[in-house]
Design a protein around this ligand. Structure first.
Ligand SMILES: CC(=O)N[C@H]1[C@@H](OP(=O)(O)O)O[C@H](CO)[C@@H](O)[C@@H]1O
Ligand SMILES: [Mg+2]
Length: 555
């Protein structure tokens, strides 16, 4: 009977694939830095197939798996999909290649790839009906793409749990809650808001303001899901933090991520559209799926000041170091960055904060795994994506110490504070809104305004450029992407250019989410930095098959 069920199910899988979700795109796509991401019109069959894969992965892991439909900070016509593993982490790398294979195989070979996955992973429980948690962002294409994922899940015999429109970090959280049998929290939106806002209010206490810190912030929702969900936080925070909302698609008519949002603010280094320009006022932006957070302000001369992911990371790591010292409990703390981290932030962390720093390749999966090596691991990408992770033993150590009577009053207060702060954090993945609550908690504890935060160190001027090339895979890199291996000769040319600029640093790598080569540069002055970036971009264009006009070098 089981065998017959299986055959019947498999026939449904392939009939559906051919009739409802035929492969419409000839060229291959690959599971990149954050899953598949491309024009939404090219994604229906990919979504269906990822629904199939999620069920196989869930049967293999004997756990709940997540599927998130989003293209994050990309323009509105794009969309994407990524799978979320049992503890809320990104899909294990060895399965990325199966995702890529499954997405690219022709309709008539789909069955072979599925059989290969089943055989190679010895998946025996093909009649299990695992839960697959599905979420989507606010893009117009998301509902139909979500239906394709759900059809894939159903065809493969899984049980879709559709959470509708949620932020990416919410979906990661739901998966972790389900697989820990609620030890991590309630797997509902309500449970998520309650956990974070209750912890925030406990730590904040009755004094909402402190020293130079005032509890009002201007919030740019990027006209996306972050604008929708912040409203529930506002309710839960009950005035302890006042969030003035802008770029809210319901109130305004703005387009998703257009001239606003965390990616725009960070990469353009500009104040976004839609927010009032009030001097020296703390502002923040999230991206299209609310997993990135960036702070900034305009001074009295209308000069723009950015406080990016590196700045958030140093604030958090420095604060945890102080509190951990106060607890008297020995836990090791480390910070993880990528090559995009501003050199000044790395110097500040190592020389002044004296916290160990690791550098890993771009992409949350690398940062997250490295951070798990520490008892308390803080990780952030310069673009504002990051969080803090705690080893289970570290959490236990804190809780046990709190229960004993061996702590002084000060040690006990610091331990209790830390235990509550852990609940403000979404440990599963970078979460813009949870990070916002954490940053606000730290600024409040220090009694700092945004300028005092900025005074901790001075960023080196930096520039991010993109160059289009015929084939971005011609560039390969090593040393956490800081050196390129191919095309031959390019690294030597970059070294020669960089040597002309005091404190200059530059590296290039193929993007994993866009069809471009990214160029990063920093130097002592803005002028030198822009020149360095443009010169390196020119070399990339020349040696890596650039398309269109070569970049212009400023005088
Ligand atoms: C320079 C940069 O910001 N790169 C981003 C971007 O990846 P690329 O591979 O560079 O396109 O999108 C990723 C997913 O959101 C994010 O993890 C990463 O940091
Ligand atoms: Mg994002």
């Amino acid at each position: 009977m089981a065998n017959n069920d299986n055959k019947l199910r498999c026939r449904t899988v392939y009939a559906f694939a051919r009739e409802m979700y035929p492969k419409t795109v000839k060229c291959d796509i690959s599971y990149g830095t954050a899953g598949f991401r491309t024009r939404a019109t090219d994604l229906e069959y990919v979504m269906y197939r990822m629904g199939l894969l999620a069920v196989l992965r869930a049967r293999f892991k004997k756990a709940v798996i997540g599927v998130m439909i989003t293209a994050s900070h990309n323009p509105e016509p794009d969309n994407g999909v990524k799978l979320v593993d049992p503890m809320g982490e990104m899909l294990e790398q060895s399965w990325e290649k199966w995702a890529t294979k499954l997405a690219n195989v022709t309709d008539d070979k789909l069955e072979n790839v599925i059989n290969d996955i089943i055989k190679l992973h010895d998946i025996q429980n093909m009649n299990d009906r695992p839960e697959i948690v599905v979420g989507k962002d606010t893009r117009p294409s998301s509902p139909s793409l979500s239906k394709a994922v759900i059809d894939g899940i159903l065809a493969m015999g899984g049980k879709p749990i559709d959470y509708g429109i949620v932020t990416t970090p919410q979906l990661h959280y739901f998966v972790a809650c389900k697989n820990t049998h609620r030890a991590y929290g309630e797997p509902t939106e309500e449970g998520y808001y309650r956990k974070l806002t209750d912890a925030f209010k406990k730590v904040r206490g009755d004094n909402f303001n402190n020293g130079n810190y005032t509890n009002r912030i201007l919030y740019d929702g990027a006209n996306g899901v972050g604008a929708k969900k912040i409203k529930f936080f506002k309710e839960g925070l009950a005035g302890s933090l006042i969030i003035d909302m802008y770029n809210d698609e319901i109130i305004g008519s703005g387009k998703l991520n257009y001239l606003c949002g965390a990616d725009f603010v960070k990469s353009q280094q500009k104040f976004p559209t839609g927010l009032p320009q009030i001097p020296n006022t703390r502002c923040c932006s999230v991206d299209g799926d609310a997993d990135r957070l960036i702070y900034y302000y305009l001074d009295e001369n209308q000069k723009f000041h950015l406080l990016d992911g590196d700045r958030i990371a140093t604030l958090i790591a420095g604060f945890f170091k102080e509190v951990l010292e106060k607890t008297g409990i020995r836990l090791n703390l480390g910070l993880v960055q990528t090559a995009y981290a501003n050199g000044a932030s790395t110097t500040y962390i190592t020389k002044e904060l004296k916290i160990p720093v690791a550098c890993v390749p771009t992409g949350v999966k690398w940062l997250h795994h490295k951070a798990l090596e520490y008892d308390v691991g803080v990780y952030f990408e310069a673009n504002g994506h990051g969080t803090v992770v705690f080893k289970n033993e570290a959490k236990e150590k804190l809780r046990n110490a709190f229960q004993t009577n061996n702590l002084t009053r000060e040690q006990k207060d610091a331990t209790s504070r830390l235990i509550h702060i852990i609940d403000i954090i979404n440990e599963t993945v970078g979460d813009a809104i949870a990070d916002l609550l954490l940053v606000e908690t730290i600024l409040h504890a220090k009694g700092w305004d945004v300028r005092q935060w900025e005074e901790t160190y001075t960023d080196l001027p930096n520039r991010l450029l993109k160059v289009s090339v015929q084939d971005r895979t011609v560039i390969t890199t090593t040393d956490a992407e800081r050196k390129c291996v191919t095309p031959k000769g390019l690294q030597e040319e970059i070294d020669n250019i960089v040597a002309k600029y005091p404190k200059g640093r530059s590296f290039v790598r193929p993007s994993g989410t866009e069809d471009v080569i990214r160029i990063y540069a920093e130097a002592v002055t803005r002028r030198e930095c822009d020149k360095l970036a443009a010169e390196v971009a020119g070399k990339v264009h020349e040696l890596a098959g650039g398309t269109g006009n070569p970049p212009e070098i400023p005088n």
